[in-house]
Design a protein around this ligand. Structure first.
Ligand SMILES: [Zn+2]
Ligand SMILES: [Zn+2]
Length: 225
C-alpha cells in the first residue's frame, strides 16, 4: 500500500505537481524493489477512488500487488500485441490514430492521455508514454514527471466533467520474469464507474458503450484545468 499524501481528502486529481511526481517515484522504487524479489513475476499498481470503485479506505492510496504469476488480462495484452502487431506496437499506433481521429485528451513532452478507439466503457482513458518502453522500471526521471502531470490533470478533467465519479486506475507493465517483452509498451488505464455491468456483458463478455470516444475526449479536453 502506498499512501499518497498526509491529507485525508486530497484525491490524486488535486495533488500539487511536486507531490504527484514524488508519488510516481515511489511507484517506480517499489516496482524495482518488488521485481527484484525471487518468485515475483508481476507487479500491479491499482487506485480505487470512491466506494463504488471498491475503495475500502477513504484516504487516497494505491494498492501494490506483487504476484507469483502473470494475470490473464496482462497475458492477453502481451500475447495479442505480439500476434496482431508483428514487429510493431499497438500503443505506438494508438497514439498516432488518436492524433488523427481527435481522441487525444492531453499531451505533454513525455506522455499522452487518449480515449481509445474501442473504449469498453464510457470515458475509458489510456495514459501512454511517448517513448516505446516495455518496462516501467526503465522510465526516466523526466518521464515520471510528465506522467504525474498528465495523470493529475486528466483525472481533474474527469472529476470536473462527470461530477467527481468513482474510478479505477491501474498500471500495466512488462512482467519481471526475465523474458523478452520488447514489443510491449507500458501504460495506465482508467475507467470511471458510470455504468453497471448487466446480463449482456456477463453473458457475452462484450461491452456496449453509449459514449463515442471522440465525444468523451472532446468533453475531457474542454474540462481540463
Ligand atoms: Zn510502443
Ligand atoms: Zn493494459
Amino acid at each position: 500500500m502506498i499512501i499518497h499524501t498526509p491529507a485525508h481528502d486530497l484525491p490524486l486529481s488535486r495533488m500539487e505537481l511536486p507531490d504527484a511526481v514524488r508519488l510516481m517515484h515511489a511507484y517506480w522504487r517499489r516496482h524495482r524493489a518488488l521485481c527484484a524479489i525471487d518468485g515475483v513475476k508481476q507487479v500491479l499498481f491499482i487506485v480505487n477512488q470512491g466506494r463504488e470503485a471498491g475503495a475500502s479506505l477513504e484516504h487516497p492510496h494505491t494498492q501494490v500487488f506483487a504476484l507469483p504469476l502473470v494475470p490473464r488480462a496482462l497475458r492477453d495484452e502481451i500475447n495479442n500485441s505480439r500476434r496482431l502487431f508483428p514487429g510493431g506496437c499497438p500503443l505506438c499506433a494508438a497514439r498516432e490514430e488518436a492524433r488523427r481521429d481527435g481522441r487525444v485528451i492531453l499531451e505533454n513532452e513525455g506522455w499522452m492521455a487518449l480515449a481509445p478507439f474501442a473504449a469498453r466503457l464510457p470515458y475509458e482513458t489510456w495514459f501512454v508514454p511517448r517513448r516505446h518502453e516495455p518496462d516501467f522500471a526503465r522510465a526516466r526521471d523526466g518521464e515520471l514527471r510528465a506522467m504525474a502531470a498528465v495523470i493529475t490533470r486528466t483525472l481533474a478533467a474527469l472529476a470536473a466533467a462527470l461530477d467527481d465519479p468513482p474510478y479505477n486506475l491501474w498500471l500495466h507493465t512488462s512482467p519481471c520474469d526475465g523474458k523478452n517483452y520488447q514489443h510491449y509498451h507500458y501504460h495506465l488505464e482508467a475507467i470511471p464507474r458510470l455504468t453497471t455491468e448487466a446480463g449482456f456483458e456477463m453473458a457475452s463478455g462484450m461491452h456496449i458503450n453509449v459514449v463515442r470516444p471522440e465525444e468523451a475526449a472532446r468533453h475531457l479536453r474542454e474540462s481540463l484545468p
